[in-house]
Design a protein around this ligand. Sequence first.
Ligand SMILES: C[S@@+](CC[C@H](N)C(=O)[O-])C[C@H]1O[C@@H](n2cnc3c(N)ncnc32)[C@H](O)[C@@H]1O
Length: 229
Amino acid sequence: MSHKIAPPIPDYLEETYWWAYVRPSAVRFFERQWLINFILFGNYVTLRNAVLDEFGDDLAGRTLQMSCCYGDLSPRLAARAAKNGGSLDVIDILEVQLDNLRRKMTPEMHAQTLLMDATALALPDQSYDRVLLFFLLHEEPQAYREKSVSEALRVLKPGGKLVIVDYAQPAKWHPVRFLIYLFLARLEPYAVDLWGRELADVIPAQMAGRRWQKSSYFGGLYQKLVSTR
Ligand SMILES: C[S@@+](CC[C@H](N)C(=O)[O-])C[C@H]1O[C@@H](n2cnc3c(N)ncnc32)[C@H](O)[C@@H]1O
């Protein structure tokens, strides 16, 4: 089921990411797990499993994924949720992305797709047991990024788990440091913020007052941040 009133597509998405997410031809091209794995230097399965392991087998209750992603992460989350009577809601600002996700789901998965802006969720406070942000923040300009994290925390139940997976600052010795910098600076300009600083310094107000646990992957190029309180 899709939320009916379409939010406007933000400029950054249309201008910077038309080739990756917005055009139907982009979705047809990129919805290949091997390709996403290639773009992530072979780390898709590691990062997907890091999310699944972090949430564990028991996804009873309500899980929210803030924005779609290519590959089989969302169907796997939904299948786990359904196993324990839970449900997965996935929001995205693009109908074309939600259509694509629906093609990957089966009715038994108890997943709901909602057309919404991550920066203004039409969802009640404290209504989700867990919330996932998988590679969303690096795509957003700073003001959107701050609002997305604020919204994630607003809809999370007290004691619920927030998981963020995204780019991070790689180690100085990293063999692809320079290559990835050129790639991000050219194609994903907002990602360079996360690349150059800790997320806690990029969005300090949103992260303050909570405990965060960071895990690094692939020489620090990717991070998983988890907060339960
Ligand atoms: C999560 S990210 C990319 C994930 C990663 N590149 C992958 O596929 O594994 C891409 C999604 O974020 C969505 N998105 C970007 N800004 C958004 C916003 N403000 N609200 C909701 N969805 C947004 C895009 O429409 C797109 O579907």
